[in-house]
Structures are given as C-alpha cells and as structure tokens.
Design a protein around this ligand. Structure first.
Ligand SMILES: [Zn+2]
Length: 150
C-alpha cells in the first residue's frame, strides 16, 4: 500500500491510497480517482513524504474525518486494504514494542505473569507456531521490523 498526496484542478489537496504505483496509474487513467471535495477527475500527484510503516507518530490530518469521502467510489478490496492499513498503524501506535522477547512476553501475559497489554515484536516461524499451539492469541502482520525500515 502506498499513500499519494493528490491535487485536483481546483487545487483541493487530498490523500489517495493505492496498492501500488501501477494501481494509481490504472485507476487514474480509468477516471476512478476523483477529488472528494468537488468530484473532479483531473487529478495529479503532488510531492509528499511517504509516511507508511514509519513507526513514528502520525500527523493529526490522518484523522477519520473525510475518510468516508475518500473511501466512496473505491472497490471493496481497496477499502479493505485501507482499513487493514489503518488497523496496522493503530496497532503499531498503541502496542508496546518488546522486540525479540515477544514470544516470552506473550506467554507471560497469556499466563497472567505480566500485566495484560498489547505488545508487538519479532518471532521466528517456530516460535509463532508454538504460541498458536498453546492457544495464545497472536497476529502475524506483514510489517517489516523497524531495523529494516531505513
Ligand atoms: Zn477538487
């Protein structure tokens, strides 16, 4: 998923979420990208900083206000991708990063040896499978660990 800052012919700025750069080009060519303010389909990209998976605090303008307008007219898969991305952002912001001690910490929380809270971190495939086998609720996300983000 990528986020583009877009601008219509009336200079309304808005965000568009796309599966890839090709997806944006295709949707733009087919007139599927339109300004949420005036509906104009003459839309072009403006330079922006990609703030995806940055791990940093999100700027306040990504609040849900206006999200309904942006979502309108997109196909259900695109909407699902948007909601999924927002969910991941939310999880990253609200969970505590325990890094490599994730499997151990997840167990401690599960067996009430540590305070219940949302945590995130890394686990190997084996560790992940073991946690699932023990009935510990873990969710694997396709988000790279912070040390791969540079
Ligand atoms: Zn507009």
């Amino acid at each position: 998923m990528i986020v583009y800052d877009l601008q219509c012919g009336h200079e309304h700025r808005f965000e568009g979420w796309f599966a890839s750069a090709d997806d944006f080009t295709t949707q733009q060519r087919r007139g599927l990208v339109s300004c949420p303010t005036c509906g104009m389909q003459e839309v072009h990209r403006v330079p922006s900083v990609t703030r995806f998976n940055s791990g940093a605090a999100q700027p306040p303008e990504t609040s849900p206000a206006g999200a309904g307008e942006l979502l309108a007219g997109k196909d259900p898969i695109a909407i699902a991708q948007i909601l999924y991305s927002r969910m991941i952002d939310e999880l990253l912001q609200k969970s505590e990063d325990v890094g490599k001690s994730f499997p151990e910490e997840a167990r401690r929380i599960h067996y009430r040896e540590a305070p219940g809270r949302s945590i995130r971190g890394q686990a190997s495939n084996e560790e992940h499978a073991e946690l699932i086998e023990e009935g510990i609720a873990v969710l694997r996300l396709p988000v790279p660990p912070p040390d791969l983000m540079h």
